[in-house]
Ligand binder design. Structure first.
Ligand SMILES: CC(C)(COP(=O)(O)OP(=O)(O)OC[C@H]1O[C@@H](n2cnc3c(N)ncnc32)[C@H](O)[C@@H]1OP(=O)(O)O)[C@@H](O)C(=O)NCCC(=O)NCCS
Length: 340
């Protein structure tokens, strides 16, 4: 039984049932990842960026199981952003290889067709059954990142202090909880846009980034509304007022022991002054005080982004696993799944 499901209006018991499903899947596929807490999970599942939409479905053995506290057999969702639909399908470990994933994917592709999307993308953790699942239905791997993990207990804080201080003169570094200060918005968005233009890694852009001030503001508000606490460190070039570099970390209320390091960028003309080491090192110092419960930071880098990977290694990040972006044409997938 597959039914459409709206986290915004769902009863709390259903949210708890979804959390149980996600945690059972997590324990099976990524056993070293922290489990989800049922804290602002409704907001995490329901809130999207302005202009984006999400639809979700549940597969249950008997209709209404989730509202009786029974974890559903699976859930799927599609995030409709720009011209691509981002898919997620998660099936309870006890219900795998029975066609539940296929049934959920069929719903997703029907929706994508109705909504006029021509392509779908999905993020797949390497070394999990999802690789075989999406390959089976014709998805192809378009881009590979490496996820790395840093344990705060293993950090060499003395060495980190030297990195934080080792920045060329003429730059000032600031740490801000909740996003950059108002007066830096325009320069901050410009730095992100400039780096993105200068350095196309070839990814599918499955997670939105913000290249102009209005979108940046919306994205920061959306993070807060989803229960994700944003911290940024910004290097400003004092004589021009340029944002020369920035790094962003998000601490999710839903798994507050592990933070996600999002974007780290240094504008090309400001490279070679020690900025990337300094801002990333400063971030770790600040997180240690701002988030005493934090144990780890995870980050994702393109395999070709060697300079950043080298700095991450110096900071103490250890490669964990591949993280793959798969894609497919909606028409091809619909044909394979027999969607009329
Ligand atoms: C990937 C996933 C959704 C598949 O769900 P499922 O219900 O088992 O999939 P289906 O039964 O519909 O399988 C369809 C086909 O996919 C392929 N497939 C699925 N799992 C496979 C596996 N472990 N090995 C090889 N092929 C597999 C098979 O061809 C299968 O058809 P078959 O069983 O007739 O041979 C499920 O394993 C899952 O939830 N994985 C976790 C997803 C995830 O993102 N985890 C990380 C965060 S928690």
């Amino acid at each position: 039984m597959v039914r459409e499901w709206d986290p915004l209006t769902a009863p709390a018991t259903e949210i708890a049932s979804i959390v149980a499903l996600l945690n059972e899947a997590m324990a099976a596929d990524l056993p070293d990842d922290p489990l989800w807490l049922d804290d602002t999970m409704r907001e995490y599942l329901a809130v999207t960026m302005p202009g984006e939409r999400k639809k979700m479905w549940l597969a249950e053995e008997n209709s209404g199981d989730a509202s009786r506290g029974i974890p559903p057999l699976g859930q799927a969702n599609i995030l409709m952003l720009g011209d691509i639909g981002v898919v997620e399908v998660i099936v309870h470990p006890k219900a795998r290889r029975l066609g539940v994933g296929r049934a959920l994917l069929t719903q997703v592709v029907s929706c994508a067709r109705e909504e006029g999307f021509s392509a779908l993308g999905v993020e797949v953790p390497g070394g999990t059954p999802a690789v075989e699942f999406y390959s089976k239905f014709g998805f192809t791997c378009a881009f590979t990142e490496i996820r790395s993990l840093l344990s705060l207990s293993a950090v060499d804080w003395f060495g980190l202090g030297e990195m934080a201080a080792g920045i060329g003169s003429g730059y000032s570094i600031g740490f801000y909880a909740g996003g950059p200060p108002e007066e830096l918005y325009t320069a901050y968005a410009a730095a992100k846009a400039e780096v993105r233009e200068s350095y196309d890694l070839g990814d599918l852009e499955l997670s939105p980034s913000s290249y102009e001030p209005q979108r940046l503001r919306a994205s920061i508000e959306t993070l807060a509304a989803r229960g994700l606490k944003l911290y940024v460190v910004v290097a400003v070039h004092e004589s021009t007022g340029d944002v020369a570099g920035l790094t962003e970390v998000v601490v999710p209320q839903q798994h507050p022991t592990r933070a996600d390091q999002y974007d780290t960028v240094v504008v090309p003309r400001h490279r070679g002054y020690g900025i990337v080491r300094a801002i990333k090192a400063r971030m770790l110092f600040e997180l240690r005080s701002a988030e005493p419960g934090l144990a780890e930071v995870q980050t994702w880098n393109a395999a070709i982004n060697e300079p950043l990977i080298r700095v991450n290694n110096e900071l103490g990040f250890v490669p964990d696993r591949d993280w793959l972006e798969y894609e497919i044409d909606v028409a091809d997938l619909a044909a394979r799944l027999g969607v009329a």
